[in-house]
Write a protein that binds this ligand. Structure first.
Ligand SMILES: [Fe+2]
Length: 444
């Protein structure tokens, strides 16, 4: 029986394995371009089931309708070959199919079961964790990795990537010290590990260590940035650190040169573009015509209804640019998804996507009390539409500005107190605290 270096069974010939492993390792590091690499493997070994399974999974995790035709073509080949594959490969294909069908939870459990049966299947662990991320399952981000760790030892191929995954799960679960140690070790083991560096960035973000965040990302970027498919997101994190420090020129430079560096060709990039500009917009900062490319990308996706988390970021672009027609289309998509959508997204749209979108629209209309009414109940449940704590902070950020603009001093003070409890030295939080105090005095 053919296996990979970690003993995972493969139904293909041994000659296909090195190329397959190389493509998978690129996805572990988010280095470009695993699809090009796997296409070369498929060209040489057209019946390699795992290669087709991998290709479909890699495309499905983009959660972007722009790749729908490509995904269906790739998935079709994988499904056709599945009867010739082994149980592990069939598990991968079933999970990719679930994700393509909008069943994010089913995909997470599908890859999760593969990882339970073959705990050294690092791809299954990664894909399950990516789905946990889409689902906002903080503890599962941690526990997916904990489940398989007893089967791993330092020095095994890919061990550093497992540490990076563990680091992100620990961070999202609030275990910052262990997360930071694991993430830093992952990057030491493999400086190209953009996911490991990302986990450290999240720790520094959540603990209000913006200066260290700037230093860490800049010091490690020579490793993770060149050739990365994910660098734009780590640059987004760097921009957040500079934003916290009030360094607007650097924030805008990072947007121009790095966050937008990929041309906003995929939804995940558009999320970061919108998330950064919206924070600036909500604060009343001038961003010039930077919204144009972000809003253009989102306008091509208004009817997709794949992922409410993305739809809310699209709405931010449409509100900031005053595009009321696109706002209406995006709201209609969310309402349709909530009422009759497929899979997990129906719940996400209903529970979080719709109130968040309505909150942003109200904010854009100057109805700050209305924005608070929509957004405040989301403080406890926004995780239900996925993403990270740092990404969902967009909602809290908007709430603070809405409370200040509404002249609601007690509300603003309460919301700022939440933020200061986590980041007492944050210049942005301290500036908000001063404004909230002024508003509270004025109202007294
Ligand atoms: Fe992140």
């Amino acid at each position: 029986m053919t296996t990979d270096r970690l003993g995972n069974p493969l139904s293909c010939t041994a000659a296909a394995v090195p190329g397959l492993e190389a493509a998978i390792a690129k996805l572990h590091a988010y280095q470009a371009d695993p699809i090009a690499d796997i296409d070369a493997v498929i060209a040489a070994h057209p019946d390699c089931v795992m290669a087709h399974a991998f290709r479909a999974a890699a495309i499905a995790t983009a959660l972007d309708a722009a790749f729908a035709a490509e995904l269906q073509a790739s998935l079709g080949k994988a499904v056709a070959l599945a009867p010739r594959g082994n149980a592990r490969e069939q598990g991968h294909i079933a999970a990719a199919r679930a994700l393509a069908d909008g069943d994010i939870e089913g995909a997470a459990e599908g890859w999760g079961r593969v990882a339970i049966a073959w705990p050294r299947d690092l791809l299954a662990v990664q894909l399950a964790q990516v789905c946990d991320f889409f689902l906002g399952y903080s503890h599962m981000l941690r526990d997916r990795v904990a489940r398989v760790l007893p089967h791993w030892q330092p020095g095994m191929p890919g061990y550093g990537f497992l540490l990076g995954m563990q680091a992100f799960g620990l961070e999202e679960s609030g275990d910052y010290a262990r997360a930071e140690a694991a993430g830093r070790q992952a990057v030491v083991l493999n400086p190209q590990d953009g996911w490991g560096a990302h986990a450290v960035a999240h720790v520094l973000e959540m603990t209000g260590r913006a200066e260290e965040g700037v230093g860490y990302l800049r010091a490690t970027s020579a490793g993770w940035a060149p050739g990365s498919m994910f660098a734009y997101h780590n640059w987004w994190h760097l921009a957040l650190f500079h934003l916290d420090r009030g360094e607007m020129t650097e924030v805008l430079r990072l947007f121009d040169e790095n966050v937008s560096g990929g041309g906003f060709g995929q939804a995940l990039e558009l999320v970061d573009g919108a998330a950064l500009l919206w924070r600036l917009h909500a604060m009343g900062a001038e961003v010039g015509d930077r919204w144009s490319s972000v809003a253009r990308g989102w306008r091509q996706r208004t009817a997709d209804g794949i992922y409410a988390f993305n739809d809310v970021h699209a709405m931010a672009a449409f509100v900031a640019t005053g595009d009321t027609a696109a706002q209406a289309e995006q709201l209609a998509t969310l309402e349709r998804a909530a009422a009759q959508g497929r899979g997990t997204n129906a719940m996400m749209a209903r529970e979080v996507g719709l109130p968040a979108a309505r909150g942003l629209i109200a904010f854009g209309q100057g109805d700050h009390a209305g924005a608070i009414a929509h957004l405040l109940p989301l403080r406890g449940k926004a995780n239900r539409f996925g993403g990270s704590h740092a990404q969902r902070d967009l909602l809290s950020w908007t709430l603070v500005e809405a409370a200040l603009r509404a002249g609601d001093g007690p509300m603003a003070e309460a919301l700022v107190a939440e933020r200061l409890a986590q980041k007492p030295a944050s210049p942005v939080n301290l500036a908000w605290a001063r404004r909230a105090g002024t508003a509270a005095k004025a109202a007294a």
